[in-house]
Design a protein around this ligand. Structure first.
Ligand code: C5P
Length: 396
């Protein structure tokens, strides 16, 4: 199973003769299971048609920054957040220069500037342009900012010269992109993640639950797998598929999640409690469907569920990370939970903001440990998950 499976990859194409090979790159990425969107510079459209790339990617191609219709459909900020990674292939000398200056004067540079995701460039240009001091300086600057340079290769060039500046072959680019997702930071570690809501039964057909989508926990599981961890998800009922290489244990109630979590923690290095566990459950589950009575009201008695993450932390077996969804005084309540539940780290988000949190694809969080604090986002949940797993790997 490719690490590109279900990844959202943005392929940027700038103006160069190697643009014809981008079609093959889009195919390679799609074949590996990635969801691909293409952004082209105007110069790129002189070398290959947007229609070709639309047909191969199965998505409309994005061209303009200042097109209100296109921006309304999926604007540059949305595209930047959507991408789990960006690869610009070919990256022309001019594109590299504009990027190194931090320009945002067309859609592709604006998306690159607005994205927190890994960015890779596949340079393609005449060998002398590649060797020029200007291009050398620009590439060094970009590499210093964490931009990956894939290639270029040496050999015969379209202009007849021989030397460095050929774009790497699409298969090699796809492979290098795949490797970007495999950091190895948690190689050999066992990670357990709880995710999704729990359902607390009232009778055979009714339950109490919440709106948790499971997206954050599943994204963390994917990021842990990418970091090389042996990853187990203990998941409440959700509508998304678990990452391909995760062991997934499906549960319904908080008590079922508790039993699984407490068993798994005996052999675990890192435990992340991303589930939105119901704090209370009905004290009795009716054997048969509760019938509507004559009374205008109905009283339910609820009893407290065990606090899974607190009991896991009490075992002192592994590094324990909790979540805190707060609507106000985030710092105060998150720090209190960090101490009360004896966690090693807590990740807090403000759920009163509808653009992040529960059902959203994006999230922004504050993370607390010891007396320290750092913030991430707003970014896509998959990019955030990668950043969180890097932090957890450093601290654990
Ligand atoms: O106390 P509160 O529910 O706000 O704490 C949230 C954190 O505690 C989350 O990490 C959640 O997964 C975990 N939790 C738990 N078991 C519960 C309630 C919350 O593991 N019964």
């Amino acid at each position: 199973m490719s690490a590109l499976q279900n990844r959202q990859i943005l392929v940027g194409i700038s103006g160069g003769i190697a643009a014809y090979k981008s079609a093959e790159l889009v195919r390679e990425l799609s074949r590996a299971g990635a969801c691909v969107r293409v952004v082209m510079t105007r110069a790129a459209t002189e070398f290959i048609t947007p229609l070709t790339l639309q047909a191969l990617s199965g998505n409309p191609v994005h061209l303009d920054l200042l097109d209100t219709e296109a921006e309304a459909a999926m604007g540059h900020i949305e595209l930047a957040r959507w991408a789990d990674a960006i690869i610009v292939a070919p990256a022309s000398a001019n594109f590299i220069a504009r990027l190194s200056q931090g320009r945002a004067d067309d859609l592709l540079t604006a998306v690159c500037l607005a994205s927190a995701s890994p960015l890779a460039l596949a340079p393609a240009m005449n060998q002398q342009m590649w060797r020029s001091d200007a291009t050398r300086n620009n590439c060094e600057q970009l590499a210093g900012r964490g931009v990956q340079l894939f290639g270029p290769a040496e050999g015969e060039q379209a202009c007849g010269d021989v030397g460095p500046g050929r774009m790497l072959e699409p298969g090699i680019l796809a492979h290098k992109l795949e490797q970007l997702f495999d950091s190895g930071l948690l190689a050999g570690k066992k990670v357990v993640i709880t995710a999704g809501p729990t359902r607390e039964a009232l009778d055979p057909v009714r339950y109490i639950s919440n709106h948790s989508s499971g997206k954050m926990g599943y994204a963390l599981a994917q990021a842990a797998i990418d970091a090389g961890a042996d990853t187990t998800l203990v998941s409440g009922p959700v509508n998304i598929s678990p990452p391909a290489r995760a062991t997934c244990i499906n549960v319904n109630s908080a008590q079922e999640m508790y039993t699984q979590a407490l068993a798994l923690v005996q052999n675990c290095d890192i435990f992340v409690a991303a589930a939105a566990v119901a704090d209370y459950r009905p004290d009795q589950v009716a054997e048969n469907k509760i019938k509507k009575g004559d009374s205008e009201s109905m009283t339910l008695t609820l009893i407290k569920n065990p606090d899974i993450v607190a009991d896991v932390a009490a075992q002192q077996q592994c590094f324990v990370v909790g979540f805190a969804a707060e609507t106000h005084e985030v710092d105060k309540y998150a720090r209190k939970k960090l101490v009360d539940k004896q966690l090693n780290m807590i990740i807090a988000n403000d759920v009163s903001d509808p653009s992040i949190g529960f059902n959203s694809d994006n999230n922004a969080v504050n993370v607390y440990w010891d007396n320290e604090k750092t913030s991430f986002g707003p970014v896509s949940k998959s990019v955030l998950a990668k950043q969180l797993i890097e932090l957890i790997a450093q601290r654990s």
